[in-house]
Design a protein around this ligand. Structure first.
Ligand SMILES: Cc1ncc(COP(=O)(O)O)c(C=O)c1O
Length: 472
């Protein structure tokens, strides 16, 4: 499958399989203008769930802003502080506007990233011993980690398993889990709007269902919002966590927690810091937290980068989430069957894709493993090394989503407990190598590719050709 004419014939076949792709042609122009470095440098970028890519103009606009102002710490009223303080507030308004959220209902709390937003909720949620933390197997470790705050308060912790092969949650079973809300306590349900492992989009309908049964809902939107619209006028999760670099590449180091003001008032911060209080006294031994978002923003914000969030959101609005979404689905819809059609000469399939094999209720994240002609898994690290030689950027491992990995790879609870309880020297850490050794025959991870703002057909075609090189 090489040569211009061959490429154009498969491309024709692809466009015929998804005619709506033609309506996204402006993204090709965008790639040539704003993201030309990708093709100039010969990159095949397939890790948009790891990090989005920024347009050249985002960086230019931000640089211009910094070069044409004098910005001081926004915590004071000086001539250098007031303008940047206004940019920070303007940033909050822009975020609310982008997600169609009302300022009366939601507060925007700036954080370093989605993980910091999740931690803010976890450390301040009043679980107590009557509380309950319910979460899906399919979750990023920064959501899993909240269980340690729940555990420290002796709250109940319950995981909702995934069903194979689609790696979704059984809807009937979920309703039974929702019934486990504890009437005397605080109940928190956490799940990702889109899985960073399988690309599954879990229903947003769970938000009102869970709330109606006594749960506060924490929606991890980090992998969802780069290619999907989240409308907070339609859906009203109590807490939403996200990272902006995943949406538009630049800046890094800023995320946010969008919190319903009512839910926010429930949280009990475990400490106070500069910026979070109205008054604190040493001798009086008292402190008084500020109102709303300020109480959750410890110390000085990353104020110079916050204007770049507004620039990035404007960029996404100009490009439009709809064409990005459409394009990712068309490419995914072509890619998955192509990968599944690859077989070794003896008929053994080369690739196993985890999660949905159609474009129904999923995003453009596709996770798989490669198999040799004896049907044995090809180590994902070997695949990653080969991809690097082809200038293909992809992700391997479990992507900080162990519940997704354990489900996909068929690792059972007794197996895992067995691994973790093997005798080791007291002070030795359990390393990834130990883990790989322990579950040797099953593989410890997978290969993930994910599409985004300027993905094109050539990217997925090159990946299929790359995969084909593993055939006998
Ligand atoms: C679904 C999901 N949640 C949370 C995170 C954590 O994001 P960050 O590392 O920016 O804090 C990620 C990162 O990949 C993610 O994919």
């Amino acid at each position: 499958m090489t040569g211009a004419s061959a490429i154009s014939s498969v491309q024709r076949e692809f466009v015929e399989s998804c005619p709506i792709y033609e309506s996204t042609r402006q993204l090709d122009i965008l790639r040539e203008t704003e993201y030309s470095r990708l093709d100039h440098l010969g990159h095949i970028y397939l890790d948009y769930t790891g990090a989005g890519l920024y347009a050249t103009s985002q960086v230019g606009d931000h640089t211009w802003l910094l070069q044409s102002h004098v910005f001081g710490n926004p915590h004071s009223q000086s001539p250098a502080s007031a303008p940047i303080a206004e940019f920070v507030e303007q940033g909050r308004r822009k975020i609310l506007h982008f997600f169609n959220a009302s300022a009366d209902e939601y507060a925007v709390i700036f954080t370093a990233n989605a993980s910091a937003a999740l931690k803010l909720v976890g450390e301040a949620y009043p679980f107590g011993s009557d509380g309950h933390y319910l979460l899906t197997f399919d979750n990023h470790n920064s959501v899993n980690g909240i269980r340690e705050f729940a555990r420290a308060q002796h709250a109940q912790i319950t995981y909702v398993p995934l069903t194979l092969p689609e790696m979704r949650v059984d809807e009937g079973a979920l309703q039974e889990y929702f019934k486990l809300a504890r009437p005397q306590g605080h109940n928190l349900f956490a799940y990702p709007a889109q899985s960073n492992f399988s690309g599954v989009q879990h229903p947003l309908e769970w938000i009102p269902q869970a709330q109606g049964m006594g749960w506060d809902v924490l929606l991890d939107a980090a992998a969802f919002v780069p290619t999907n619209r989240l409308d907070l006028n339609q859906w009203h999760p109590d807490f939403v966590a996200l990272s902006f670099y995943k949406m538009f590449g630049y800046p890094t180091g800023i995320g946010c927690l969008l919190a319903r003001r009512e839910a926010l008032s429930k949280l009990k911060r475990p400490w106070f810091a500069g910026g979070t209080i109205t008054v604190a006294s040493v001798q009086g031994d008292r402190y008084f937290l500020a109102e709303g978002a300020s109480a959750f923003e410890d110390g000085t914000l990353n104020y110079l980068s916050i204007p770049a969030v507004e620039i990035g959101l404007r960029h996404l609005e100009t490009v439009g989430l709809d064409p990005i979404h459409t394009r990712c689905l068309c490419l995914t819809g072509w890619l998955i069957p192509k990968l599944l059609s690859l077989h070794h000469a003896n008929g053994i399939p080369l690739v196993r894709v985890y999660g949905p094999l159609t474009t129904q209720r999923r995003g453009g994240t596709v996770t798989m493993n490669f198999y040799n002609s004896a049907g044995r898994i090809i180590d994902h690290l070997r695949v990653e090394k080969a991809a690097t030689e082809h200038r293909i950027s992809l992700r391997t491992g479990c992507f900080c989503n162990p519940g997704g990995g354990e489900t996909a790879l068929g690792l059972s609870k007794p197996e895992l407990i067995g691994c973790f309880s093997q005798p080791r020297q007291e002070d030795s850490r359990f390393t990834l190598e130990d883990f790989r050794h322990c579950i040797d025959s099953k593989g410890t991870g997978a290969v993930r590719i994910s599409l985004g703002i300027v993905s094109n057909f050539d990217d997925v075609l090159r990946f299929v050709e790359f995969a084909g090189e593993f055939l006998d």
